[in-house]
Design a binder for this molecule. Structure first.
Ligand code: DX5
Ligand code: ZN
Length: 241
């Protein structure tokens, strides 16, 4: 059984404590017409939700924006982890904060990384940085100390249901080594093609927060799918200690 922490995510505190593992179900694979009911299916087994925001420009798909986050907020106390696949995330950060986002993650590929991080700090939300599969870890490394979360993409962003790109996983190990050497409490997150099998690959490389869309919401029992991914990742982490 996954223990759901009773915690507040205050500014300056790590998003995940040392040793914690989280599965963050991505609502991209949920039924948007019944979002509150879909969220309730995983509410007892995790306290994170991943919200994929696509602008039709940075990625060739459109999803949702602050109004949908605001409409979710009264239905859940879960941590809303908003992944902004947007060319101009800075123009929307305040709107996401006002809508009830707990954290926002911006792509390193859009630039202005330090300014975007400073804006998230000003707004009092968690700050994440995202790295696409074709982008080397070195692009994000200079900013690691500024962020609460580093998200390594293991699919090309834009769509759910794609296959895990294993070649991207070593970036997690690079980030983990840097974080340990520098004493940083950055949460290492992985997103794309995560299921029980690929979660173990990512966990061994250093991931501790596992985004999963289709493996959760397309499963007959989403809560059981979350438990399975959590257990698989936790088992390899424990065995590697
Ligand atoms: C892809 C999104 C992912 C997506 C993952 O652009 O960032 O969060 O929802 O979906 P699965 O788990 O199906 O690969
Ligand atoms: Zn995502």
């Amino acid at each position: 059984m996954v223990q759901v922490a009773d915690r507040t995510y205050a500014l300056g505190l790590p998003l995940l404590a040392e040793g914690e593992v989280r599965v963050a179900p991505s609502i991209l694979s949920a039924d948007f017409g019944a979002l509150a009911a879909e969220i309730s299916k995983v509410a007892g087994v995790t306290d994170w939700l991943h919200v994929d925001v696509m602008d039709g420009h940075f990625v060739p798909n459109l999803t949702l924006g602050p109004p949908v986050v605001a409409s979710m907020r009264p239905h859940t106390g879960m941590f809303l982890d908003c992944h902004l696949m947007m060319t101009n995330p800075g123009e929307y950060l305040e709107a996401f904060r006002d809508a009830g986002a707990d954290s926002c993650s911006v792509h390193v590929e859009v630039g202005e990384t330090e300014a975007l991080c400073a804006e998230m700090r000003r707004l009092g939300i968690g700050a994440g940085l995202v790295v696409n599969p074709e982008t080397p870890y070195e692009a994000a490394a200079p900013y690691l100390h500024l962020f609460d979360l580093l998200l390594i993409m293991t699919v090309h962003p834009g769509f759910g249901g794609q296959s895990f790109i294993a070649e991207a996983a070593p970036k997690l190990a690079e980030a983990r080594a840097d974080a340990e050497r520098e004493g940083l409490r950055v949460t290492l997150q992985v997103d794309g093609g995560i299921d029980e099998r690929t979660a173990t690959v990512a966990a061994l490389a250093g991931a501790r927060c596992f985004v999963a869309g289709s493996a959760v919401f397309h499963a007959p029992d989403p809560a059981q799918a979350v438990r399975g991914i959590h257990a698989a990742a936790s088992a390899v982490i424990a065995a590697s200690r």
